[in-house]
Design a protein around this ligand. Structure first.
Ligand code: FMN
Length: 346
């Protein structure tokens, strides 16, 4: 408890954010908003029935983003990350709702952290979280997005990692931490203690609360550096031209992606559907369809083994095989227009 008191004194003394946090009640995480990650929020997390376990929102990716957020910063960071990376995602929620971890000089938050510090190997030291059901076998990479509390990983995220440490063993781990001002080294230590068998990415990403507005560029450059550097020879890029504009898509390193590359150059007359996609049948490719709950603009997909679909708006709920993804979708909707369009892939 002494150490916690020192940390409280230190952090509160050096950070103006602490003062502003304690002035207004901290806004509760906006978990029920419709503008959640991928514009899908948690509405497809399987939690319409409040008692059923929460499940990841699926995109067919082998990357899972796990996040917890009390005041919304981690949530905003996940939103930003998912504009750049195709990944399934799942929010961790404390079992007890409505707790104000910041009230009374962060009393609840600090007692949760103290309890874990005092006995980190006992399950009873960790606060309960809402039940989750995660198909861990589907994932090679897990990206953890968490706030820092008293220089440690926020307690609900620790609960999740403690509970599923064995299932996450052997996977590649990315860590993104947000704090007001404290260094994230304590959170990195927590992650390694909780996931001793995790293969940690070469560096974590620290986003201060004051930098959350820059989360798009910060998460994109961190992800590309940590997960893509050195893979440039194997990354496959395709130039896509429509309506006089050019875009670049990263093509999957998969049977489908490779077969697509072999068909290039390809000029497709694509039809309009639903105000969010252009499609063209007659391009047969190997498929491994999975249900996608969350599709975003820029997703280049194969439907039913022979239909290329280019999305320029959000969708989901059908089965596809991913061909690739356009990372920078600025102007895509305008370039594709409202009706049929000729699209060149090369
Ligand atoms: C209980 C609690 C303890 C915190 N302790 C610290 C701290 O020691 N150092 C710090 O820089 N920020 C601390 N913060 C601030 C958060 O790390 C920071 O605001 C973060 O961006 C919040 O992320 P979120 O909005 O996803 O919850 C604390 C916040 C809470 C609620």
């Amino acid at each position: 408890m002494k150490l916690i008191s020192l940390l409280i004194a230190g952090w509160a003394a050096i950070t103006p954010i602490a003062a502003s946090c304690s002035g207004d009640p901290l806004p509760k995480s906006t978990e029920t908003e419709t503008t959640g990650p991928g514009d899908n929020g948690n509405k497809d997390n399987g939690n319409e029935e409040s008692d059923s376990p929460l499940k990841p929102v699926t995109t067919g990716s082998d990357t899972l983003v796990i996040w917890y957020s009390f005041t919304g910063n981690s949530k905003a960071i996940v939103d930003a990350l998912l504009t750049h990376v195709s990944a399934d995602y799942l929010e961790i929620n404390p079992a007890e709702e409505g707790l104000d971890y910041a009230a009374n000089n962060y009393a609840i938050g600090s007692s949760l952290i103290s309890s874990i510090r005092e006995n980190p190997s006992s399950a009873s030291s960790y606060p309960s979280i809402k039940e989750v059901e995660v198909p861990f076998d589907d994932y090679k990479t897990v990206i953890i997005v968490t706030p820092l509390w008293w220089s440690q990983m926020a307690a609900p995220m620790q609960s999740f990692l403690f509970k599923f440490s064995e299932q996450i063993a052997g996977k590649t781990i990315g860590l993104i931490v947000t704090s007001s001002s404290s260094s994230i080294s304590g959170v990195e230590k927590d992650a390694k203690r909780l996931l001793p068998e995790g293969k940690f990415a070469s560096e974590s990403l620290w986003i201060r609360a004051s930098q959350v507005g820059e989360a798009n560029s910060l998460t994109a450059s961190w992800y590309d550096k940590v997960f893509k550097s050195g893979n440039d020879e194997t990354s496959m890029k395709v130039k896509i031209t429509a309506g006089g504009k050019t875009f670049t898509a990263d093509i999957e390193d998969s049977r489908t992606g490779k077969a697509f590359m072999e068909k290039l150059p390809l000029t497709l007359d694509m039809s309009e559907l639903n105000g969010n996609e252009k499609y063209c049948y007659g391009v047969s490719l190997p498929n491994e369809d999975k249900r996608y709950d969350s599709i975003v603009a820029g997703d280049l997909m194969l439907y039913s083994g022979d239909c290329v679909v280019l999305f320029y708006g959000a969708a989901g709920g059908y089965s596809y095989t991913r061909i690739g993804k356009i990372a920078d979708t600025a102007g895509l909707s305008e370039a594709l227009g409202k009706g049929s369009v000729t699209v060149k892939f090369e």
